[in-house]
Design a binder for this molecule. Sequence first.
Ligand SMILES: [Zn+2]
Length: 296
Amino acid sequence: MENRFKSLSIFEFQSKFPDELSCINYLSDLKWENGYICKKCSHAHYCKGNRFFDGQCTHCRYIESATSGTLFHNCKFSLLKAFYIIYYVSTNRNGISSTELSRKLELRQKTCWLFKQKVMKAMESSGKIPMEGKVDVDETYVGGQDDGIKGRKGGRKKIVVLGIEKQGKGVSRMYAKVIDSASKENLKGFMQHHIKNEAFVRTDKWARYKGMEKEFPNIIREKSEKKGKNFVELHRCIMMFKAWLRGAHHSVKHLQSYINEYTYRFNRHKMKEGIFENLITRMIKKPPHTYKMIIT
Ligand SMILES: [Zn+2]
């Protein structure tokens, strides 16, 4: 396999991060690589603190740790183990369950589950690179008995709108979002966030996709044939996502997080190089995602 398509091997990972100090130093360098602003006095210069991975303001002496104000904030276990979680989540083809992480890293399952939720937060799409060219959009229900995926109490299903970018015979990228109803506003909101205006968007004939020509001048509404024969790639993507969700015993309770995880990995299936580094960088640039935010 060509080198540029390879993700970091476990040996490369272990030699790069042999201990706690190598991890904290890596985070420290990453956090201030594009400049520093003191949280207390807005001074733009810092020096290394007594612990040299801390940043200390040269004006007011305020000390900021490498992890504070990031998704590593308040991490209750070693950073080395946190790095391992990020490594497994980003490089395992189908991801990894919190039970498996717990076994591998000798941490409680709930601890792994919570930290993994933070990693999944970092996997959320920025929407900065919208899909272009040929894009198909549809919505689907996730959860309920047909899927074999547990719904919320009372077996309710969730509606997900998704879009795929087609390239040749395959699918180059996909994005999806849980919406509270399949209203025109929700559908259009998703499309405007993830699809370029000039893209050749294809949807089914459903009335709620009507009247979007202003935003998407090249939109085509096509009658959906039986079993989605004319939306083959899209339905294959839906089936694969549902199979993955079912296999991992996930319920639909944290569905958007699982969608973030799945699409993050899917969208990098051809370019795995830097996937681990990219995820760590996202974690250090994002604000804390607290327990309360995760469970509500
Ligand atoms: Zn300061």
